[in-house]
Design a protein around this ligand. Structure first.
Ligand SMILES: *[C@@H]1O[C@H](CO)[C@@H](O)[C@H](O)[C@H]1NC(C)=O
Ligand SMILES: *[C@@H]1O[C@H](CO)[C@@H](O)[C@H](O)[C@H]1NC(C)=O
Ligand SMILES: *[C@@H]1O[C@H](CO)[C@@H](O)[C@H](O)[C@H]1NC(C)=O
Ligand SMILES: *[C@@H]1O[C@H](CO)[C@@H](O)[C@H](O)[C@H]1NC(C)=O
Length: 561
C-alpha cells in the first residue's frame, strides 16, 4: 500500500516530503486487502461466532484464520463480541484481519488477547474505523491487579500494517511490536486507565513507521525499546499520558536511526524520556523534531540514572548524535522540573547532542532550570568540548520566558482523566494528531464512500487520501503568539491538489497565555516504586510516576523495560 502511495507521490512530485530517510525501505502489506478478500473471505460468523457479547470469539476466530491464513481475509463484521480464550494466530501469509466489530474481554487469563506471529504480508484494520478491542481493564484495576492480559501483540511479522483500529482499557499493555519488520501503524486511538503499566505502543523492531496515533493513559505513549533500528514516529497525540520515550535500556542496548517528529504532548509525565540506569550498548542517530507540549511535568528528559529501574551492570548506555529541534510550548512547573534535563552516564558521557530552536516556558511560577551532566554537544547546558570527560550536574536557572515559546493547543485536550476503576468509553479515532498536520491517510470510514463494511470497497480508495500527505510537514508550526494556528498556511500545497477535509478545523487556537489545570498525576503525584518526588540533583530522577514497568523483551518478562 505504501508502495502505491510512494509512486503516486513521486508522480505528483511530492515524494521528498516523506523525508523518510529514517526508514530503510517500504513498509506495509504487499497485497491489498481487497485482493486478499477476493482470494478468499473467512467470516467468523460462518465459523460459529455470534455477535451477542457472550459467545466466545476465540475458537471461531482461530478456525477462520486457519482457513484464510494462506491468502485471504478474516472478517469480523460489526457487532459486539466476547473474547474469553485468547487468539494466537501463527504463520499466516498474504492475509488480512478486518475487525469491524468490538471485541470485549471476558476471559481472565494473562498473556495477549490477540497475538499474531510469524506472519508476512499482513494487514489488521477496521473498514469503519470503529472496530475496537475493549479490555475492560478497570475490572482488574479496581482490585489493584495490573497483571492481566495485553490487548494486541505482533511478533516476527513482516510487511504489514495496523490501522483504523481502537484499543481501550487494556488490563496491561495495549499494543506491542516485537521483532517486526517493514510495518506501518496509523490512524489509531488508544485509551487506557490513568495508571502506570498500561503502555500505549511499545516497539522494538526494524523499519517501522508509526503515525497519526492518539494515546491516553499514564505510561508510555509511543515508545522505542531495544533493539530497534529505522523507526519513524510522526504525528502522535499524547492526550494525557505518560509521554513518549525510549527505553528503559539495560545491557547491550542497540538502538539507532530513530526519528520522532510532530509530537504533541498534553498533561503527561514528559514529552520525551530516554531512560536507563547502568547498562551498556548504544543509542545513536536520533532526531526529535517539532514537539509541542503543555501541562507536562518533564519536557526533554534524558535520564541515565533513572531511579524507577534498578541499576544494571555496565558503565552506562552510550548516547550520541541526538538532535532536539523545534520544541515549543509550556511545562507545568519549571522551577521544580525544568524543560531540559540531560543526565548522561558518568561512565559513558554522551556526545554530539544538539539542542536548537528550543523555547519552552513554565506555566506556574516565574523561573525554570536546565540541567546537564556528562553531556557534550551544543545548546543550553551541554558542554562543548571533545574530551568527553564526565562532569557532575550543572543547573542553570532562568527567570524570563524565552521568545517564541508559545505554541498552539489541540482543541480537545482531555480535561480530566478516566481513573482506573470505572469503565472507559471507546473513543473515536481523531482526524488530527498534531496542530497543522493532516494525517497521511484519511480514515477508512471517511474514504470509503460506499459500503464501508465491505473490505472490497474499503481498500480501493486509499489513494484518494494520499494527497493530504503534503500537509503533514508543519515545520512552521505556530510558534507565533497571535496567529490562530499556522495550520492553514502549511496546507496549501495539498489543498491545491485535492481539498482535504477540514484541515485545521479542529485543532484549536493559539494560546498565548496558557493557564492549564494543574496536571495532577503528571509526575507530581508519583505512584511508582520511587515514591516521593525528592529533588536534588539526582533526586530529580525516578519519578516517572507509577511506571512499575513490567516490561517485556523478546517475550521475556524483565523488570525494567
Ligand atoms: C490478576 O488478573 C489476571 C487476569 O485475570 C489473573 O490471571 C491473575 O491471577 C490476577 N492476579 C491476582 C493477584 O489476582
Ligand atoms: C545492532 O542491531 C543490528 C540490527 O538492527 C545488527 O546488525 C548489529 O549487529 C547490532 N549491533 C550490535 C553491536 O549488537
Ligand atoms: C546523525 O543522525 C542523523 C539522523 O538523525 C543522521 O542523518 C546523521 O547521518 C548522523 N550523523 C552521523 C555522523 O552519524
Ligand atoms: C482527548 O481525549 C479526550 C478524552 O479521551 C477526548 O474527549 C478528546 O476528544 C481527545 N482529543 C482529541 C482531539 O481527540
Amino acid at each position: 500500500m505504501l508502495l502505491d502511495k510512494r509512486s503516486f507521490l513521486s508522480f505528483l512530485g511530492l515524494a521528498p516530503i516523506f523525508a523518510a530517510a529514517q526508514l530503510s525501505g517500504s513498509v506495509g502489506p504487499l497485497t491489498s486487502a481487497s485482493t486478499k478478500a477476493a482470494t478468499k473471505t473467512c467470516n467468523v460468523l460462518d465459523y460459529g461466532a455470534v455477535a451477542d457479547k457472550s459467545t466466545d470469539l476465540g475458537a471461531p476466530l482461530a478456525s477462520a484464520f486457519a482457513d484464510c491464513k494462506s491468502g485471504g481475509l478474516v472478517y469480523v463484521p460489526s457487532g459486539d463480541y466476547a473474547l474469553s480464550t485468547w487468539a494466537r494466530l501463527s504463520g499466516g501469509e498474504a492475509w488480512a484481519l478486518q475487525i469491524d466489530g468490538i471485541i470485549y474481554r471476558t476471559g481472565t487469563d494473562s498473556g495477549n488477547m490477540i497475538y499474531i506471529e510469524h506472519s508476512s504480508d499482513f494487514e489488521l484494520f477496521s473498514s469503519t474505523s470503529e472496530g475496537a478491542m475493549q479490555g475492560l481493564g478497570y475490572e482488574l484495576h479496581a482490585d489493584d491487579n495490573w497483571s492481566g492480559p495485553r490487548l494486541l501483540r505482533l511478533y516476527e511479522v513482516t510487511d504489514f500494517s495496523v490501522h483504523d483500529f481502537i484499543l481501550v482499557d487494556s488490563p496491561s499493555f495495549h499494543f506491542s511490536l516485537d521483532t517486526c519488520t517493514n510495518g506501518e501503524i496509523y490512524n489509531m486511538a488508544i485509551r487506557g486507565g490513568n495508571h502506570g503499566g498500561l503502555d500505549g505502543i511499545d516497539v522494538w523492531s526494524n523499519n517501522i513507521w508509526v503515525h497519526d496515533v492518539e494515546v491516553t493513559n499514564k505510561d508510555e505513549c509511543v515508545t522505542v525499546k531495544s533493539p530497534s533500528k529505522n523507526i519513524l514516529i510522526e504525528s502522535i497525540y499524547c492526550n494525557w499520558s505518560g509521554g513518549c520515550g525510549m527505553g528503559s535500556f539495560g545491557s547491550d542496548t542497540n538502538v539507532s536511526d530513530i526519528t520522532y517528529r510532530n509530537i504533541y504532548t498534553w498533561s503527561s509525565n514528559n514529552m520525551m524520556l530516554i531512560k536507563s540506569n547502568g547498562g551498556s550498548g548504544f543509542v545513536e542517530n536520533v532526531l526529535l523534531e517539532n514537539f509541542i507540549g503543555h501541562g507536562n511535568a518533564y519536557s526533554l528528559d534524558i535520564d541515565s540514572y533513572w531511579a524507577s529501574m534498578s541499576a544494571v551492570d555496565g558503565d552506562g548506555v552510550q548516547l550520541s548524535n541526538i538532535t532536539v529541534k523545534n520544541w515549543k510550548g509550556t511545562e507545568a512547573y519549571g522551577a521544580e522540573r525544568g524543560p531540559i534535563k540531560v543526565i548522561c552516564a558518568d561512565g559513558a558521557p554522551c556526545y554530539d547532542i544538539t539542542i536548537e530552536d528550543f523555547a519552552m516556558w513554565t506555566e506556574e511560577g516565574d523561573s525554570q532550570w536546565y540541567s546537564c551532566e556528562s553531556a557534550y554537544g551544543s545548546g543550553f547546558c551541554l558542554q562543548d568540548s571533545d574530551d568527553h570527560v564526565s562532569y557532575s550536574a550543572t543547573t542553570s536557572t532562568v527567570d524570563s520566558a524565552p521568545s517564541g515559546y508559545s505554541a498552539t493547543s489541540m482543541a480537545a485536550d482531555l480535561t480530566t482523566d478516566f481513573g482506573s476503576t470505572v469503565s472507559i468509553p471507546i473513543p473515536t479515532i481523531p482526524t488530527s494528531f498534531y496542530p497543522g498536520a493532516t494525517p497521511y491517510s484519511a480514515l477508512m470510514a471517511d474514504s470509503a464512500s460506499t459500503a464501508a463494511a465491505s473490505s472490497l470497497a474499503s481498500h480501493a480508495t486509499v489513494s484518494s487520501s494520499v494527497v493530504s500527505v503534503a500537509a503533514s510537514v508543519p515545520s512552521a508550526v505556530a510558534p507565533s503568539e497571535s496567529i490562530p494556528a499556522a495550520t492553514s498556511a502549511v496546507v496549501t500545497s495539498a489543498a491545491a491538489v485535492a481539498p482535504s477535509p477540514a484541515v485545521g478545523a479542529q485543532e484549536g487556537s493559539t494560546t498565548s497565555a496558557p493557564s492549564f489545570a494543574a496536571p495532577s498525576g503528571a509526575g507530581n503525584s508519583p505512584q511508582g516504586p520511587s515514591g516521593a518526588s525528592g529533588f536534588g540533583q539526582k533526586g530529580q530522577q525516578g519519578e516517572q510516576s507509577g511506571q512499575g514497568e513490567q516490561g517485556e523483551q523478546g517475550g521475556q518478562e524483565v523488570c525494567y523495560v
